[in-house]
Design a protein around this ligand. Structure first.
Ligand code: ADP
Ligand code: MG
Length: 224
């Protein structure tokens, strides 16, 4: 479902060029659970953003279900991203003024005439929050939730569009091991049930051990 070929990406700092990704190729099948593991600075976040249509590579191609992401127009790429991909980030990225329920509803609340759809969206969001064990926290704001709970809200939000591909960047990076495990349990159980493709980038070797397939990345080079 995801086919990355010969991707390169570099940044030019004040004087010197940093090659962050060097000829990265990777194929991921539908329904697969994959961890990309490597130390800090290895290029994991850069790779995840490129996979998700958020950052254009300097060279190479990224095909999602046969569509070359970076040959699409910006609006077509955004549309494909919104309908196909869910993201979970290390620092949750929840909106502080919104409740857990509103945060989860948000991705579906775009576009003009919501009217009668709002109730259906709310029902869907409640169901997602129940699935991650937060049915009793619907009206809590992020600052009334623990880190692990906030990340489970973020998981519920990432799943509200029923994305075929779920991309997670250090989803446990800011959590103690018990709450981190609860987040991973949520991701895995939802995934097994719904046959999504799950890609996690992390420096956490413990998390990597729970995943069926692991690839390593170091200094922008992908290996097994
Ligand atoms: P990881 O997620 O594995 O820690 P990143 O993909 O965030 O690694 O970063 C890899 C390298 O690219 C680092 O050396 C980082 O400093 C550099 N880098 C990332 N983003 C930028 C940017 N926008 N401008 C310049 N350098 C960047
Ligand atoms: Mg990173």
């Amino acid at each position: 479902m995801l086919d990355i070929k010969n991707v390169t990406r570099s940044y030019t700092d004040t004087q010197k060029r940093v090659d962050v990704l060097k000829d990265v190729s990777l194929a991921v099948s539908a329904g697969e659970t994959l961890a990309v593991v490597g130390p800090s600075g290895a290029g994991k976040s850069t790779l995840l953003h490129i996979m998700g249509g958020l950052d254009r590579p300097d060279g190479g191609t990224v095909a999602l279900n046969g569509k070359d992401l970076y040959r699409l127009s910006d609006s077509d790429r955004s549309r494909l991203r919104n309908s196909t991909i869910g993201f979970v980030f290390q620092f949750y990225h929840l909106l502080g003024d919104l409740t857990a329920l509103e945060n989860v509803m948000l991705p579906l609340m775009v576009g003009g005439d919501l009217g009668s759809r709002t109730r259906a969206i709310e029902a869907k969001a409640v169901k997602r929050l129940e699935e991650v064990g937060l049915g009793g926290r619907l009206d809590h704001k992020p600052n009334q939730l623990s880190g692990g709970e906030q990340q489970r809200v973020a998981v519920a939000r990432a799943l509200i569009n029923d994305p075929a591909l779920l991309l997670c960047d250090e989803p446990t990076g800011n959590l103690d091991s018990a709450s981190g495990n609860a987040v991973i349990d949520c991701l895995f159980s939802l995934n097994a049930r719904e046959n999504r493709t799950l890609i996690i980038v992390t420096h956490d070797e413990f998390l990597a051990r729970r995943v069926a397939r692991t690839v390593r990345i170091k200094d922008g080079v992908l290996g097994v």
